[in-house]
Design a protein around this ligand. Sequence first.
Ligand SMILES: C[S@@+](CC[C@H](N)C(=O)[O-])C[C@H]1O[C@@H](n2cnc3c(N)ncnc32)[C@H](O)[C@@H]1O
Length: 312
Amino acid sequence: MDNSSQLWVEEKELLFDYASLVPKGGVIVEIGTAQGGSSEIFYNATKDREIEIWSYDIAPSLEAYEKLRHTMVFIEHKSSEQGAFEWLQNGKKPIDFLFIDGSHTLKDVFIDYNLWSPFLKPDGMICFHDYDPPTKCETVHLGVRIVVDSMLRLGLIENPVHQYRLITGKIRDNSIKLSTNDCKETFKTILDRVIRICENDKNLDKILKDYIKMREMGVKCNEQITDLDACYIINFGLKINRESIFQLTKNKRKFFEWEEVLQMFEHSLYDNQLKDTDYLEDKEIVKLSSQVSLEQVRLKILSMLIKSFMML
Ligand SMILES: C[S@@+](CC[C@H](N)C(=O)[O-])C[C@H]1O[C@@H](n2cnc3c(N)ncnc32)[C@H](O)[C@@H]1O
């Protein structure tokens, strides 16, 4: 298997097992081809059983085309949205296994689910990637979490199985669509939980200390605080008692660096109002300042990406 795959070893094994369950002549659809890591797994698990694998990506890599030439994987260089529209137009076959691993924005995961789930067979399986475990993840994919948690709350996934960053199950009724209000409700539930934690225990540094200890000990699941909770708790902590939060940090330089990025980001989002700046003759500076902040965040992210090329 190639080493450019974005999947964990355990996830590769699970995806192989799921694809092995697809019956002869069945159909697999994947949103997000990238380097073809998951498509290759699906092909290896299904070859000799005449299974079609359709893989959609707005920018599939050349590596994927090369690797998957002469296989039953059909790479479609188009968006998930466009793909779903054409699937309907062309009256393609119902889907046995739908793997959603494309863009991670809330809007795109919402579109992936709402547009593609109607094509699933009644006993077909859906699987989302990047539904992060409560801990042991580097990034929190909030968009995926909100869509999947909404589905779980509404009972749309039957017998869900959550392992590593994969959540899989059957769709209870593929005609039920998620609404923006469903997602808002879920987001509110996530935030309410953090507000409850923060209100009940003002010693946020103590909560975070316990959380860090759990993470360092490699404990997979902390019932009390998930990685997502921790992000919001740090946010609270920085506002109500920055000093004690600061004491927790081992790498002070990195702390300052990222704290500044956070401040720039918040300035770009929220500091657009003119209320406190009536004394300024030239008010355009406020708007420009927030745009410049956003640009600085972008540059910071780009420079971190460049560092990752050079493995500094
Ligand atoms: C996480 S990668 C997929 C990884 C791949 N499934 C694997 O495991 O090897 C996500 C991919 O989704 C693609 N993508 C982003 N937005 C998309 C969209 N709206 N429709 C289809 N693909 C999209 C990106 O170009 C990227 O290649």
